[in-house]
Design a protein around this ligand. Structure first.
Ligand SMILES: Cc1cc2nc3c(=O)[nH]c(=O)nc-3n(C[C@H](O)[C@H](O)[C@H](O)COP(=O)(O)OP(=O)(O)OC[C@H]3O[C@@H](n4cnc5c(N)ncnc54)[C@H](O)[C@@H]3O)c2cc1C
Length: 214
């Protein structure tokens, strides 16, 4: 059994995103937006791309943002967190299955508040017992899909997430906010930093609000 404190083991990678034949993902969105007011498709210069994306955000013409998609690979995250994540319905997810994957050495995510408290040792004892009983049950012939019922929600999982920029902006607004729970907030902040690198104009307002002004 392994233990990860807080978001120490959280790993988030941007593994794919929409890249047009020419130009950037920002430009793709701006050029898609431009067609609604232009007689022909046309290539935009950098200044026009910037101004158009700002205008789209201001007007709330958000369907244009759906042309850009982002795919993330996430590990070192608890099932507590992914349960909250998958409530966001306009996204695609593929999660490691507890029916098919035997958790030989389960890892558990431990909140900092528990790790630094007087309950820590007792808590670790419970996790150890749960992991041990899970192992014994699987070895004793109980199917993984049933043995997993003994595992706490803090068990680590892995998930692939794909969101378009419209849904991603909505997700980031909700989950980077101070009212969000710490783990999903840590996830959202990492996702925001990654997409800001490849699509700065699509996410600059959120990056400033939730990362720079944090
Ligand atoms: C701080 C916080 C606390 C929360 N606490 C709880 C809680 O105590 N209990 C709980 O159950 N959940 C809780 N949630 C989850 C929350 O209720 C939403 O399920 C979750 O945030 C997904 O948001 P969403 O529905 O806006 O987004 P998405 O599912 O990502 O959808 C995006 C947008 O699409 C539109 N949309 C999607 N589906 C529909 C639909 N069927 N009909 C109409 N419009 C739709 C909406 O405009 C929606 O905002 C909490 C969320 C946060 C951020």
């Amino acid at each position: 059994m392994e233990v990860c404190k807080g978001s120490d083991c959280l790993k988030v990678e941007l593994i794919a995103y929409t890249l047009p034949q020419e130009g950037s993902v920002d430009k793709l969105v701006a050029e898609s937006g431009a067609i609604s007011h232009a007689p022909h498709f046309k290539e935009l210069n950098d200044e026009r791309v910037k101004n158009l994306i700002e205008l789209l955000k201001k007007l709330g013409h958000e369907s244009v943002f759906e042309h850009a998609c982002f795919t993330f690979r996430v590990e070192g995250i608890s099932r507590v967190c992914t349960h909250q994540l998958v409530r966001h319905r306009l996204a695609s997810y593929t999660q490691q299955s507890q029916r098919y994957v035997k958790l030989k050495e389960p890892t558990f995510i431990v909140p900092e508040s528990i790790a630094s408290s007087a309950f820590y040792d007792e808590y670790i004892n419970v996790l150890t017992q749960a992991a041990e009983l899970y192992r014994k049950m699987v070895e004793g012939g109980i199917r993984k899909e049933d043995a997993r019922f003994v595992l706490p929600q803090s068990v680590e999982t892995k998930i692939i997430i794909t969101m378009n920029a419209r849904e991603l902006r909505h997700f980031l607004e909700l989950r980077c906010d101070k009212s969000a729970q710490w783990e999903i907030r840590a996830l959202a902040e990492k996702m925001l930093s990654l997409v800001y690198e490849v699509a700065p104009l699509l996410f600059d307002d959120l990056y400033e609000k939730y990362i720079l002004d944090k």
